[in-house]
Design a protein around this ligand. Sequence first.
Ligand SMILES: NC(=O)c1ccc[n+]([C@@H]2O[C@H](COP(=O)([O-])OP(=O)(O)OC[C@H]3O[C@@H](n4cnc5c(N)ncnc54)[C@H](OP(=O)(O)O)[C@@H]3O)[C@@H](O)[C@H]2O)c1
Length: 246
Amino acid sequence: MARNENGRIALVTGASRGIGKAVAARLAADGLFVVGTATSDDGVRAIDAHLGGTGAGVRLRLDDDASVEAAVQRANDQFGAPVVLVNNAGTTSDGLLMRMSPDAWGTVLETNLTGLYRITRPLLRGMTRARWGRIVNLSSVVARMGNAGQVNYAASKAGVEGFTRALAQELGSRHITVNAVAPGFIDTDMTSDLPDFQKQAMVVRTALGRMGTVEDVAAAVSFLAGDGAAYITGEVLHVNGGLYSG
Ligand SMILES: NC(=O)c1ccc[n+]([C@@H]2O[C@H](COP(=O)([O-])OP(=O)(O)OC[C@H]3O[C@@H](n4cnc5c(N)ncnc54)[C@H](OP(=O)(O)O)[C@@H]3O)[C@@H](O)[C@H]2O)c1
């Protein structure tokens, strides 16, 4: 399998579509070899096709211990230990708290927050050995802003930000940085189901007057994953077009 010039391998979760797909392409363009994950074989094949010789797809479900274990093993054995980890995969299950089922709460927390624990922990050994690493976690503007109907999602993303700050403290001495990117309102499958009037209402509140693109977010992740961000850790970089600045 082809390797990149600087020998760095990145693992990007949820690289089959949306922000993760753009992040994978951007990191590959930056010269990294990118292992992207998807929950299905079709998704894995799509990543293989999208990345060509600059990366590969592996199957991963963040809400399943065995699946995470197998994916990490496969990435390590087949491609080498990732030193860049982009925790991008995420899910929503919206509804008012009064009507929110335990399943809707559990799925979102299991994937967005416990999934972060599952996938990050086994990858620390490789970064520690390399004495270099970059971890970039996808949060959301709603971690700070809140959003009616997204108590589970907002709680999971606020957790992602706390995880980021605490882990940054643990890993600084090993030259491993841990940061988060908090997108605002980005045009992907996650937002495509919203009714037009809600999208318009969000755009009106956004200073730059448009939804964000997946490339807007990928550019921020690329910066934090690179050498230029060596002295930044424990930070949350907001990519929301001025929807919120807190
Ligand atoms: N879009 C926005 O406006 C927005 C705003 C703020 C934050 N974010 C955050 O940015 C990240 C990417 O969002 P997106 O809009 O690109 O999402 P998306 O288009 O819905 O894609 C979600 C990705 O996550 C993967 N995924 C879902 N559940 C998973 C699970 N249980 N285990 C492993 N992978 C799973 C999906 O894989 P499959 O394709 O195999 O299903 C897919 O690749 C998420 O963390 C999201 O919370 C998005």
